[in-house]
Design a protein around this ligand. Structure first.
Ligand code: AHN
Ligand code: ZN
Length: 337
């Protein structure tokens, strides 16, 4: 704990200037005009145990597959949680059509902090979970819904804790937390040879929101998507679309992560391009948006051995990883003005 307090003091000193005397007038033998002093950025301490409990709460609803009872109950939980943190919350309740024809009752959840501020940052994650554990080693599980602790739960858990922090110490910028639905109903592994025809089968909630943002002419300076951010020893690489559309945001976020001691997680390596929610935010809305997503080239599909298997449960959620991601996000947004 003492170490954390010292670290906080260091971080504040490192990015501030000298203390206090913002806008005071020089007197006595001081120079005639006061040198303008940057106000210090106060970065709250991210509580990873709190974030962990938010992941566990989602998992306790069961799989959050659109149309399921757990999905509806979790959607209501997310809205009331975000409202309790003082956000102005909107939902987009729409039926989206999956690539296989399934009709998905979907809900994007949009939580606005400081809504009248024009200078805004977008934070996002998907909250639905995959209907099929189609990467499970046991083929008997290929049509079963998975627990979605890491894939779905982790990004939302981190953002709920960010929301809780925003309720305690307001940021200087406006923040929108957008929780996308229907990200993970994309092409089943058995049909992977049909990728070209189905490349837009993922991220349906993000596609909807990007084409129908909650405000006319919605804009944010940039966006940060969190996806699969909870596994122990996660590694976040420069995801391909993020590097292409938002290389300066990658640089900004990685720099903060390294300053705070998380270079073990935020590695300086290129990853593959992932058709994820941020793709449509970049392509349709033109908001530069990065994807912080686990990158594990040695695993079957590149996102970790448990990805899209029945093993994606709380055993794969690690508070140290949640801390690295959540603290980095807080450091980035509380340094903006
Ligand atoms: C691909 O698998 C190509 N895109 C989806 C990325 C994803 C799945 N994120 C979470 N689940
Ligand atoms: Zn997934």
């Amino acid at each position: 704990m003492i170490f954390r307090i010292l670290l906080l003091a260091f971080m504040v000193a490192a990015c501030g200037g000298s203390q206090g005397n913002v806008g005071t007038t020089a007197v006595g033998n001081a120079p005639q005009a006061a040198t303008p002093v940057e106000p210090m950025a106060i970065v709250p301490i991210f509580d990873a145990d709190s974030a962990y409990s938010f992941v566990a709460a989602q998992v306790a609803f069961g799989p959050r597959v659109p149309g399921s009872k757990g999905h509806a109950a979790c959607g209501n939980y997310l809205v009331s949680k975000l409202q309790s943190y003082g956000a102005v919350v909107l939902t987009q309740d729409v039926t989206l059509k999956a690539y296989n024809g399934d009709l998905l009752p979907s809900r994007n959840v949009i939580a606005q902090f400081n809504p009248e501020q024009a200078n805004r940052i977008l934070l996002c994650a998907h909250w639905d979970t995959r209907p099929w554990a189609d990467s499970d080693p046991d083929p008997a599980n290929h049509y079963k819904p998975l627990p979605g602790a890491n894939d779905g739960g982790s990004g939302v858990g981190v953002l709920l804790e960010v929301a809780r922090q925003l309720s305690q110490v307001p940021a200087r910028v406006g923040v929108d937390i957008v929780l996308f639905d229907a990200e993970d109903y994309g092409l089943h592994e058995k049909d992977s040879h049909l990728w070209d025809k189905n490349r837009h089968s993922w991220a349906l909630g993000s596609q909807y929101w990007s084409m129908n943002p909650h405000r006319r002419a919605y804009n944010a300076r940039y966006g940060i998507l969190l996806d699969i951010v909870g596994a122990p020893d996660s590694r976040f690489c420069y995801e391909g679309y993020s590097a292409h559309f938002a290389g300066d945001i990658i640089a900004k976020v990685w720099k903060k992560a390294h300053e705070w001691g998380y270079s073990k997680y935020f590695v300086n390596e290129e990853g593959g391009a992932v058709t994820d929610d941020h793709y449509y935010v970049n392509r349709v809305l033109g908001i530069p948006c990065i994807d912080i997503i686990n990158c594990d080239p040695d695993s079957p599909n590149g996102f970790g051995a448990h990805h899209h298997t029945m093993q994606d449960n709380m055993d794969w959620i690690d508070t140290e990883t949640l801390k690295a991601v959540g603290q980095t996000v807080l450091a980035v947004i509380y340094n903006e003005k």
